[in-house]
Design a protein around this ligand. Structure first.
Ligand code: PMP
Length: 430
């Protein structure tokens, strides 16, 4: 595969951009080699600067549920552009998207738009602190909630990929207010709560984790957290930046039937445009300025182009339940193909899967939390990743990421991925 144009762009990029990229995981550091520079995408495919075509399973880390360049979303964006790009003033679309999200996501009674998932989670914990008058939060090891200071403690995604789950630059004071527990461990949460009586404002988690690879909540885990939070007056926050509108119309909370107090949403609600949002119980959201004293603001929040893209995609998802049937079917077909291949090769690797999210972990341990995710053979993943890329399949370039399917994947694409996966595992094992 020729990637000479990408390589020369990467050379240039490294002179002017730290590590040559605007978000760390993109640099391929975890898997080695030079990142491919993307020029365009359509449906299930992305195309790089050298003209190579890939079937991709990143989908902008989740939002491209309907595949790239969906015609309705493209039209909505080009229509919106005719009316200028930003007003910094209220618009009709903001009302419509708020009504729509409230109707779709069980926990959300009121919602505030921001510009990224990071802003959403930072704002949600500020509100939880303002509402409860408490300082501390609990997060789970290996969960990633964006790059806000409070969350760069035992963080997943790129932070763990690059060996910096606790980032320098976060003050001790901030770090001391973030308590961490192992995912899927209710006893550990109860112990933290008991040891910090009336001090914990919020407990935040990815209800299905994408950022240590895909990790599912154990039976009863989410319900147990709901109970602890109810007993202790802790605000339960589901970070559904990856799972919202993907695992079902109402996200993981609808799928698992557990309603948090606040929900954070991200890139998906912008259909790929830079958007985030946080919402939840009216009683809590009423603390947000200008109604309440908790300050949070944004010049570009509710940006009309982003709202047009998001509103159009969410409306489509709301009106087409078959999207979710298709995503389930595609996920099931892909994973049973992978399982067949592994069985044929006599390999016992772990595949975690739910709906249109999955991770193939190069370990034979069950992966239920961060320590078990870390038993994966990372050099082997790197070899596998490149073998897949050589076969035209573009995966997230780290073991600690979930892959995301879109409705643009056909059965033929799925067969191609299954075939490439089998060959790539063989190549990786050498
Ligand atoms: N929360 C979760 C669960 C995420 O996966 C991410 C990013 N992948 C974020 C928050 C941060 O979102 P953003 O990158 O838009 O700031």
């Amino acid at each position: 595969m020729n990637i000479s144009v990408s390589e020369s762009l990467f050379q240039r990029a490294q002179q002017y951009i730290p590590g040559g990229v605007n978000s760390p995981v993109r640099a391929f550091r975890a898997v080695g080699g030079s990142p491919v520079f993307i020029k365009s995408a359509r449906g299930a495919h992305v195309y790089d600067e050298d003209g190579n075509e890939y079937i991709e399973l990143i989908n902008s880390w989740g939002p491209m549920i309907l595949g790239h360049g969906h015609e309705l979303i493209q039209k909505a964006v080009s229509d919106a552009i005719q009316n200028s790009f930003s007003f910094g003033a209220p618009t009709r679309r903001e009302v419509e998207i708020a009504e729509l999200i409230v109707s779709m996501v069980p926990s959300v009674e009121k919602i505030r738009m921001v510009n990224s998932g990071t802003e959403a989670t930072m704002s949600a914990i500020r509100v939880a602190r303002g509402y409860t008058g408490r300082d501390k939060i609990i997060k789970f090891e290996g969960c990633y909630h964006g790059h806000g200071d409070s969350f760069l403690i035992a963080a997943g995604s790129g932070a763990v990929t690059f060996g910096t789950p606790d980032s320098p630059g976060v003050t001790k004071g901030v770090a001391n207010d973030t308590l961490t527990a192992p995912f899927n461990n209710l006893d550990a949460v109860q112990q933290l709560v008991d040891a910090n009586k009336n001090q914990i404002a919020a407990l935040i988690l990815e209800p299905v984790v994408g950022n240590m690879g895909c990790v599912l909540p154990a039976e009863g885990f989410l319900a147990g957290l709901r109970k602890i939070c109810d007993q202790e007056g802790i605000v339960l926050i589901f970070d559904e930046v990856m799972t919202g509108f993907r695992l079902s119309k109402g996200g993981a909370q609808e799928r698992f039937g557990i309603t948090p107090d606040l929900t954070t949403l991200g890139k998906i609600i912008g259909g790929g445009m830079p958007v985030g949002a946080y919402g939840g119980k009216a009683e809590i959201m009423n603390c947000v300025s200008p109604l309440g004293p908790v300050y949070q603001a944004g010049t570009l929040s509710g940006n009309p182009i982003a709202m047009a893209a998001g509103y159009t995609m969410l409306t489509y998802l709301n009106e087409h339940p078959e999207v979710y049937t298709q995503l389930e079917n595609s996920g099931n077909k892909l994973i049973s193909g992978f399982s067949r291949s592994l069985a044929k090769l006599g390999l016992n690797y772990t595949i975690n899967h739910i709906g249109s999210m999955y991770t193939l972990f190069f370990t034979d341990q069950p992966v239920t939390d961060f320590p078990s995710a870390k038993t994966s053979d990372l050099p082997l993943f790197g070899k596998y990743f490149h073998a897949m890329l050589d076969r035209g399949i573009y995966l997230g370039p780290s073991q600690f990421e979930s892959m995301f399917l879109s409705t643009a994947l056909t059965d033929t694409h799925i067969e191609q991925i299954i075939q490439a996966n089998e060959e790539s595992v063989i190549v990786a094992l050498g």
